[in-house]
Design a protein around this ligand. Structure first.
Ligand SMILES: C[S@@+](CC[C@H](N)C(=O)[O-])C[C@H]1O[C@@H](n2cnc3c(N)ncnc32)[C@H](O)[C@@H]1O
Length: 207
């Protein structure tokens, strides 16, 4: 039995995205969700709380739980424990089955493994919020696209993020060039949703 009754988060990263997600998630009604970058589970808990009382859902959460080069948090095992507790709390409250699969490891390997296991075109929603390094984001975008079904949705967080901890600006340590490259190269297979620019919302049109 869980003693804690509500999820607890030590960051407010997800707060800025909430208004857009409040509108989009109930409308899009994803049943199979893939999240790259889960941290304490704020975005995963939001989706579970929104949809877990409406229908069965399946959510796959990928994270190293080692942080990123810009992460200030030192105690990542505590972050992972909070993810476990927070998601367990919201799953326990959901009236429908919530099947959560936790994938601990680097996203490139796990995404490639999911593809090899037959998950191509499986997910209704792919949320990319892991590493902020451009080469990593490009890899997450391309593999995430393969895992997303046609008419599914891809969301990229932190489009305009910059690393304030870096001694000098380095555009390759930000998601933007990767998201730009991906959306340019795949422009015939994507449709942009109108949105504020901090996150990028796309519909996959075809394989
Ligand atoms: C910004 S946080 C995710 C926030 C979460 N979506 C939320 O709403 O609270 C980014 C996460 O990505 C993870 N991460 C960084 N690089 C990664 C990689 N290459 N593969 C998997 N996870 C990674 C970090 O450990 C961190 O927990």
């Amino acid at each position: 039995m869980l003693k804690q009754v509500a999820p607890e988060f030590t960051t407010n990263w997800f707060e800025m995205s909430k208004p857009r997600w409040e509108a989009l998630i109930p409308q899009a009604q994803p049943s199979r969700i893939l999240e790259i970058g889960s941290y304490e589970g704020a975005s995963a808990c939001f989706v579970i709380e929104k949809l877990g009382n409406q229908k069965p859902i399946e959510i796959h959460c990928i994270d190293t739980w080692e942080g990123s080069i810009e992460t200030r948090e030192q105690d990542m095992p505590a972050v992972e424990r909070r993810f476990d507790t927070n998601t367990a709390i919201v799953i326990e409250k959901a009236t429908h089955e919530v099947k959560l699969t936790k994938h601990k490891g680097r996203s490139d390997r796990i995404l490639a493994r999911l593809l090899a296991e037959g998950y191509a075109g499986y997910f209704d929603l792919v949320y990319v919020d892991g590493s902020h390094q451009a080469p990593d984001v490009l890899c997450d975008a391309v593999l995430g696209f393969r895992l997303c079904r046609p008419r599914g949705i891809m969301i990229f967080d932190d489009y305009l993020w910059t690393d304030r901890s870096a001694s000098e600006p380095d555009v390759l340590r930000t998601p933007k060039p990767a998201i730009d490259a991906f959306t340019n190269l795949y422009s015939k297979k994507l449709r942009f949703f109108p949105a504020m620019l901090y996150q990028v919302y796309l519909e996959k049109l075809s394989d």
